[in-house]
Design a protein around this ligand. Structure first.
Ligand code: PRT
Ligand code: ZN
Length: 295
């Protein structure tokens, strides 16, 4: 049943886990703060017409698909596992955190080196749907052993011959004597929206949120760069900073040859680039973070 329409957006995020703090922080940077009350799984924002629901990440795709919540922040891996290929939610944008990959791994000394070697073997995973689909698409018969946690210990326990689990740094695999055999897919945290229609009011708030998110994500990567340089070095300097199209160039007081250059660089500026800028004749190079961007 559709919930009562009070014009407020409702978003579901993970209650406690790897995505919780980053999700709350991202909303806070969009100017959306919640009053958290101990023991409560919902909260109301005082500075934006939005309510939040704290749930297990596995439930988020379904809540959003069914319109229980308008929006959700969740890993792509969870959406793929819970909803399959049905595009019953709308991917609004990738959020640049929670990056990992679902991958197949085998014991280092197993002699298993390629996918075909897994034919007829047991694969332990918390992602039975995605794993089974991967093998059936390649016509490789395997037995899927569904395990809800600590999948990496399954081979040592004799429960399975290989595993299919999330990997980020790879240190969990290494510390359990496992090696990665093949990636299945890449994942990161994403904002999803229901495909059910939002009324005019909620759609308006959704657009405001999305525009703020876009600004926050762009600002995260972008830097404001300032330097002084000879006017003759301008062309060379523009080639050194990726994406630098229209810098502001201001004459320096009392110096006809040198100018101040100010620009927003859409990508991070590395030390190597600063050294090249110096070689090109730039001095007093300042790189400062940008907090918010709105176009
Ligand atoms: O309680 P709830 O169901 O909400 O949480 P959960 O236990 O199912 O999920 P949680 O909090 O562990 O992870 C939430 C989401 O974070 C996942 O669905 C992914 O989208 C994302 N994510 C990113 C990861 C990892 N990186 C990750 N490394 N989720 C889990 N891991 C685990 C992995 O399962 C393995 O045990 O970390 C270990 C591997 O890490 P490395 O760095 O050693 O390779
Ligand atoms: Zn979960």
């Amino acid at each position: 049943m559709r919930r009562q329409d009070d014009g407020r957006l409702r978003i579901a995020i993970q209650k406690s886990g790897r995505l919780s703090e980053r999700s709350k922080d991202l909303l806070a940077r969009c100017g959306i703060n919640f009053e958290w009350r101990p023991g409560r799984l919902d909260a109301r924002s005082m500075d934006f017409p939005m309510d939040i629901l704290l749930v297990r990440d596995d439930d988020i795709p379904r809540y959003v698909a069914d319109g229980v919540c308008d929006l959700g922040i969740v890993g792509e891996n969870v959406i793929a596992e819970r909803l399959g290929e049905d595009s019953v939610v709308r991917l609004v944008r990738k959020l640049d955190f929670g990056k990992c990959r679902l991958a197949l791994a085998v014991p280092k000394e197993s002699g298993l080196n390629q996918l075909q070697d897994l034919e007829g073997l047991r694969i332990a995973t918390s992602y039975p749907y995605a794993t089974a689909r991967f093998f059936s698409q390649r016509d490789i018969k395997t037995e899927i052993v569904e395990i809800s946690g600590s999948v990496e210990i399954a081979p040592a326990m004799g429960v399975a011959d290989a595993i299919c689990d999330l990997v980020s740094t790879g240190s969990t695999l290494a510390s359990h004597g496992l090696k990665e055999l093949a990636p299945i897919f890449e994942s990161e945290a994403v904002l999803i929206a229901t495909q059910l229609p939002l009324n005019e009011e909620r759609d308006h708030h959704f657009r405001r949120l999305d525009s703020r998110l876009s600004g926050v994500l762009r600002a995260e990567k972008a830097k404001y760069i300032m330097m002084n340089a000879p006017r003759s070095a301008l062309e060379r300097i523009r080639t050194l900073i990726p994406g630098l199209e229209e810098p502001t160039v201001v004459p320096l007081c009392g110096d006809g040859q040198r100018v101040a250059i100010h620009a927003v660089a859409p990508e991070p500026i590395f030390w190597e680039t600063m050294e090249l800028l110096k070689e090109a004749g730039a001095s007093s190079i300042l790189v400062v973070p940008i907090e918010k961007v709105i176009e």
